[in-house]
Design a protein. Structure first.
Length: 402
C-alpha cells in the first residue's frame, strides 16, 4: 500500500509540475454539461467554462437541461443569450432501460461538432487555464481519454468525515500504470465529474448508449474505452477543477450509499470488494487496537496493532498531503473510516433488501435488467453484458465510487 501510494503520488506530482503547450493546430473541443435541478451551481460552472483561455472559435459549450423542476433551464438560457459559445439543449423523456445521466450525456454527444468531448458535472468550477492544460497534456502523452482528480471542497464537519477520503483507495491501492494501460480491464478509473475523450474513441467504445443501464456510467464508459484500445490518462486536477459534491452530512451520506449501491449494477463483485477494503484496510486496524486496549492486552499483540495503525495513518497523511488536502481533513480519517464502514454496511443491507436506488428524483432497481442492444458497435450482446465486464471473476474491474 505504501509503495503504490508513494509511486502514484510521485508520478502525479511530476505531471502536475509539467506544462504542455497546445498543438500547432488546437483541436476543436465540445464541453458537455448535463444538468438536472442545478440552479445553485450551474451559473458558476458555465461562467468558468466561458472564461477558458483557449483559441477563439475552437470550443463550444453545450448544456442539457435534463427536465429540471427548478430554474436551471432559465439560468442557462440567459447565459446562452449573452455568450455565443453556450448552447442550451432541452432533454427528452427518459426511455425505459436508461439511467438519467447516461441519457443526458448521450443526447449531448449526439449534438457535438468537436474532435474532443469534455464531460463535466454542473457542480464543478474551472480555472481559466484548464482546457489548454488538459488538451496539451493529453496530446503530449498520446492519450485518447483523460480524467482528473479535482479539488474536493468539504465545507462542513459532516462532509469532511466522508468526502476527503474518496480518492484514498485509488491512490493507495491501485497502480497508476495499470489504471491507464489500454485493454487492462482488471483496473479502471474514470471520474464523471471530468472526463475528456476523443470523439472517435467515444464512438468506438459505443458511447453512453453502451452503458445506458448504468448509474456509475463513468466507470463503465472508462472500461469500454480501455477495451477499445484507448489509453486513459489520470491527472491531479486540483489546480484546474474544484467541486463541492455534497452540502452537509446527510447529503454526503446518501450520496456515498447510493454510489456504492449503484456499483452492483456495474459488477456484482463491486460492492463486496469495495466493502471488504473499507472495513478491513481502513476501520479494521482501529477496531483491533481498540479491542486490545479494552481487553487489557499488552505486549507484542498491542505493539503490532499500534504499528499497523501508525502505518495506516502515515499512508493517509502522505496521500493527503500529496493531494494538498488541509491537515484538518486528514486528521478526521480515523472517525471517517468508521463512518465509511457504516455506509458500506448500510449499503449491504439495502442491497440485500432489494431497496431501490433514488437518484435525482428517479428510482432504479439495484440490479439492472438486461436490455437488447440496438448499437451496431455492440453486436448481439445485451446492454447488461456490454456495460459490465464479462467472464471470470478475476476480470471484474476495480474502481473507486464517486
Amino acid at each position: 500500500m505504501a509503495l503504490i501510494g508513494a509511486t502514484n503520488l510521485r508520478e502525479l506530482g511530476r505531471r502536475r509540475r509539467t506544462a504542455h503547450p497546445l498543438p500547432p493546430e488546437p483541436p476543436r473541443v465540445s464541453i458537455l454539461v448535463p444538468a438536472r435541478d442545478e440552479e445553485r451551481t450551474i451559473a458558476a460552472c458555465v461562467a468558468s467554462l466561458v472564461a477558458q483561455d483557449y483559441p477563439a472559435g475552437r470550443v463550444e459549450i453545450l448544456v442539457l437541461d435534463d427536465r429540471s423542476t427548478d430554474r436551471t433551464g432559465a439560468i442557462v438560457a440567459d447565459l446562452a443569450a449573452r455568450h455565443s459559445t453556450v448552447k442550451l439543449l432541452r432533454g427528452g423523456a427518459l426511455p425505459a432501460g436508461w439511467g438519467g445521466k447516461a441519457h443526458a450525456c448521450q443526447q449531448l454527444a449526439d449534438a457535438v461538432t468537436g474532435d474532443w468531448l469534455l464531460f463535466v458535472d454542473a457542480d464543478t468550477t474551472h480555472a481559466p487555464g484548464m482546457l489548454r492544460g488538459v488538451i496539451g497534456a493529453a496530446t503530449a502523452h498520446g492519450a485518447e481519454a483523460l480524467t482528473l482528480l479535482p479539488r474536493m471542497r468539504a465545507e462542513s464537519l459532516g462532509e469532511r468525515l466522508l468526502v476527503p477520503h474518496l480518492f484514498f483507495f485509488l491512490l493507495a491501492l491501485q497502480p497508476l500504470a495499470l489504471l491507464e494501460r489500454p485493454r487492462e480491464t482488471h483496473f479502471v478509473f474514470a471520474n464523471g465529474q471530468f472526463f475528456l475523450v476523443r470523439r472517435d474513441l467515444y464512438r468506438r467504445a459505443g458511447g453512453h448508449a453502451a452503458v445506458r443501464d448504468q448509474l456509475m456510467e463513468d466507470l463503465a464508459l472508462g472500461l469500454r474505452c480501455k477495451r477499445a484500445g484507448g489509453r486513459l490518462l489520470l491527472l491531479d486536477g486540483g489546480d484546474w477543477v474544484s467541486c463541492r459534491m455534497y452540502e452537509g452530512f446527510p447529503a454526503a451520506w446518501r450520496g456515498f450509499v447510493r454510489s456504492l449501491q449503484a456499483g452492483n449494477r456495474l459488477a456484482p463483485s463491486y460492492l463486496l470488494s469495495i466493502g471488504a477494503m473499507t472495513i478491513l484496510y481502513l476501520a479494521g486496524p482501529f477496531v483491533v487496537l481498540l479491542a486490545l486496549l479494552l481487553g487489557g492486552v499488552r505486549g507484542r499483540p498491542l505493539q503490532l496493532a499500534l504499528g499497523q495503525v501508525a502505518t495506516l495513518l502515515a499512508i493517509r497523511a502522505i496521500v493527503g498531503r500529496g493531494l494538498r488536502q488541509p491537515a484538518r481533513e486528514i486528521a478526521l480519517f480515523p472517525p471517517g473510516a468508521f463512518v465509511l464502514s457504516a455506509a458500506v454496511l448500510t449499503t449491504f443491507w439495502r442491497a440485500a433488501r432489494g431497496r431501490a436506488i433514488e437518484w435525482r428524483g428517479r428510482s432504479y432497481a439495484t440490479i439492472a435488467p438486461p436490455a437488447p442492444s440496438t448499437n451496431p458497435a455492440l453486436g448481439n450482446l445485451s446492454m447488461r453484458k456490454a456495460a459490465e465486464p464479462s467472464g471470470s471473476p478475476r476480470e471484474r474491474p476495480r474502481g473507486t465510487p464517486i
